[in-house]
Each structure stands twice: as structure tokens, then as C-alpha cells.
Design a protein around this ligand. Structure first.
Ligand SMILES: [Zn+2]
Length: 317
């Protein structure tokens, strides 16, 4: 009997679940609003109900190998407890693993969301051919995951691969973490919009950018991307700095880990064509290793499904 696993991916906005067989075929995906404002107990109820739904539907034809989840927060994995989760209000200290295990009546594998996305790309995505990869998700913030020798690298406390908080400009912009000049403050979708607002405030913005902010109340990174595609100087400058920042971080990671594959995912990836040149140039400029032996920097292949793939994969390892 072919095995399948259920992977859960809980972010600040969406809750995704997937039933995936051991060959990596996505049998079914459920995506709903996580409604995290209702607090952890309500979210756990939704997770457990949808796990049961998938198990009832697929557990007849396939044998359930296990269930895993990636959760958007920093966790004490041995205890199965959330330490801090800026995108999940009220989850600090919450014993997420035991509460899910009580709800579903079986054991359950817990991970950080960046780690499972990295594992998903390693299993069925852009990192399939590599044993060593770093994954970054460029969205509201920047999440990360590191796979070394085919395994998730957790560090001593499970906090490894907070790649968004690598300092790229020592005296740069304030980051949500309280530090200045983090990668996240330059290369996330939020940073692009914030950068545009700064140009307007300091009277450095182009006419087109000023017009965009006058005509739209809720400007998003994709609106600024559209301007960059039209050649708008301020927008091009913001995405160029995004690429440069990524290049600085990637060059550093090459020198530390000597890894061959970098995978970038998240909501900002559709703007790849306006930041890739500055990113590749910066990696080459800063890394003699890259010049001697070029490493691969890929777009995510699994997109928003990377998390459910990786979470399911936890049960097949
Ligand atoms: Zn930071």
C-alpha cells in the first residue's frame, strides 16, 4: 500500500494542508484563512478538523505515514512549544505539539515554517539535486531554512537560518527585530514599499512614484514592480538595492557554508527580473568562491506549496 503524509503550513494569514504521497504527488490541498486573531485554540481546532478530513478521504486508499507542520514562529522543538511568533498573536509559550496531538490522537512532527519550506524545495523543488541548500522566502518579512547534508540544520536551540536578520548595512534601516540594516529591511516586499515611502518623504522620489502614492492608498510591492518595468528610476533603484542586499547575504553564506544551491521563494519572487542582475553581480563581486566555482541561485519551484511538501516530508524521513 502506498504511503501518504499530511503536511500543515500555518502562516500569519493562511492555513494550508496537503495530503501528499511518498513519491511527492499532491493528492489534495486545502487552503483557508487561518483567522489567527481568534487565538491558538481556535486555529488548532481548524488544523485538527482538516487533518481528519484529509485522513478520512485518503486513508482508505493509502496508508498514513505521519503528520507534520511548519509554523511561523520560533519554537523550542524538544518541548513542542512556541517561544515567539510575531505573526501569530497569543501563541507565545503555547504548547502547540501536545495540543495538536490531543486533537488528532496521534504523534505529530513540528518544525519552523522556513525549515519545512527549505525541506520541501530539497525534496520536490528547485533543490532536488543538492544536499546543501539555503532557502529564503521574500514576503512580508524574510524567512529562511538551511539544509546541510540533506538534513534541516536547527542550531543549538532551533533558531538557525534566521537569514532575514543577517546585517547587510551596519547603519541601515531599522528592522522589525530592533536591529539596523537587516536583509529583511531591504529585500522583503514590505521593505520595497517602505523604501518608496522614504523616498517620497525625503523628496527624492520620481514623479511617477509620487503619482502612484497619490492615486492609491494601499500601495503594494507589485505596484512598484510595475513602475520598475516601465523604467521608473526610483522603483529601479529600490529593486536594485534589494538585489544588492540579497547578493551581500548570499556571498556571506557561500563563504561560511560552501553550499551550492540557494532557493528564493515568497510573494516578491514575481519581481525576480528587476532584482536578479544586481543580486548576481553582487555575489560575484563579493565572493571569490562564486567567481571560481559559480553556485546556483534559483527561484522556488513549489511556490506557496513548499511548506506543505516539507511538512509532509518530515514523516517520510
Ligand atoms: Zn532584523
Amino acid at each position: 500500500m502506498t504511503k501518504f503524509a499530511i503536511g500543515v503550513d500555518l502562516g500569519g494569514t493562511n492555513l494550508k494542508l496537503g495530503a501528499i504521497d511518498e513519491k511527492g504527488t499532491l493528492l489534495e490541498k486545502i487552503e483557508i484563512n487561518a483567522e489567527t486573531q481568534d487565538g491558538p485554540s481556535e486555529v488548532i481546532k481548524k488544523i485538527c478538523a482538516n487533518i481528519s478530513k484529509l485522513n478520512e478521504r485518503w486513508g482508505q486508499t493509502y496508508k498514513l505515514s505521519g503528520i507534520g507542520a511548519g509554523i511561523a514562529g520560533i519554537m523550542k522543538l524538544e518541548e513542542g512549544r512556541v517561544i515567539t511568533a510575531p505573526n501569530l498573536p497569543g501563541w507565545e509559550g503555547f504548547p502547540v505539539r501536545s495540543r495538536i496531538e490531543e486533537g488528532i490522537g496521534r504523534t505529530f512532527k513540528l518544525e519552523n515554517d522556513g525549515n519545512v519550506a527549505a525541506l520541501g524545495e530539497k525534496w520536490m523543488g528547485a533543490g532536488r539535486n543538492s544536499q546543501h541548500l539555503a532557502f529564503m522566502t521574500l514576503g512580508t518579512g524574510i524567512g529562511g531554512g538551511l539544509i546541510l547534508d540533506g538534513q534541516i540544520w536547527h542550531g543549538i536551540s532551533g533558531m538557525a537560518a534566521e537569514l532575514g536578520h543577517i546585517t547587510v548595512y551596519p547603519e541601515g534601516n531599522l528592522c522589525n527585530c530592533g536591529n539596523y540594516g537587516c536583509l529583511e529591511a531591504y529585500a522583503s516586499a514590505t521593505a520595497i514599499v517602505r523604501g518608496a515611502r522614504h523616498l517620497i518623504k525625503t523628496k527624492q522620489a520620481s514623479l511617477k512614484m509620487k503619482e502612484l502614492f497619490v492615486s492609491s492608498k494601499e500601495v503594494e510591492a507589485k505596484d512598484i514592480y510595475r513602475l520598475a518595468k516601465l523604467g521608473d528610476s526610483s522603483s529601479v533603484e529600490l529593486f536594485s538595492r534589494m538585489g544588492t542586499s540579497l547578493g551581500i547575504a548570499i556571498a556571506g553564506l557561500i563563504h561560511i557554508f560552501d553550499i551550492d544551491t540557494f532557493v528564493l521563494g515568497g510573494g516578491a519572487i514575481p519581481s525576480w527580473d528587476v532584482f536578479e542582475d544586481s543580486m548576481f553581480l553582487e555575489v560575484e563581486t563579493r565572493s571569490f568562491v562564486q567567481r571560481a566555482d559559480p553556485r546556483n541561485i534559483y527561484k522556488s519551484q513549489l511556490g506557496s506549496n513548499a511548506g506543505i511538501y516539507g511538512a509532509a516530508r518530515l514523516s517520510f524521513l
